[in-house]
Design a protein around this ligand. Structure first.
Ligand code: SF4
Length: 160
């Protein structure tokens, strides 16, 4: 099974986290920022204080990972285009990023679960979930329920 890249690749992303996400001023972020507003520290697509995030009050940015959703939305949904050059794309890019990130996070967890030598039934469910999630661009109630059920059964297996 070929999975999408589950590691963030900022060079191939249109800085979707730095424009999409809300920042709340406090221990994690030095400023308040609304969703859909580019962070003032953002260059065209890269952070201008990347090597200095924590001392500048942006520890939250060092802890964040899009699990590969950002570059996938940029490259596969928008052909590498950016809201910087085409601002009308921003709402759709933000929507797709918000939809895809939880799916990529779940795939990351399912990939990590491979290390547990699961019994065949759980392993089959893990592989099936990965296969289905890798095709989705937005969550479905059915997939959420299947993932939650898998996680619950996996916890029982790990806690035995
Ligand atoms: S500080 Fe840098 S990494 Fe954090 S949101 Fe702003 S531009 Fe992005």
């Amino acid at each position: 099974m070929t999975l999408p890249d589950l590691k963030s690749d900022c060079m191939n992303c249109a800085a979707l986290c730095c424009v999409s996400l809300v920042l709340d001023k406090g221990p994690m972020f030095a400023i308040d920022k609304a969703a859909g507003t580019p962070c003032p520290n953002l260059g065209k697509h890269l952070c201008t204080i990347h090597d200095d995030l924590e001392p500048r009050g942006f520890k939250g940015c060092t802890l964040y990972d899009c699990a590969g959703a950002g570059q996938r939305v940029t490259q596969e949904r928008f052909n590498g285009e950016s809201w910087r050059d085409a601002p009308e794309l921003l709402p759709a890019m933000m929507r797709d990023f918000a939809n895809l990130r939880p799916i990529h996070e779940r795939m990351t967890m399912l990939v990590a679960a491979e290390t547990y030598s699961l019994p065949p039934e759980l392993e089959a469910r893990r592989a099936e979930l990965l296969r289905k999630l890798s095709r989705l661009w937005a969550d479905t109630t059915e997939q959420k329920a299947a993932f939650d059920a898998f996680l619950s059964d996996m916890r029982k297996f790990v806690d035995r």
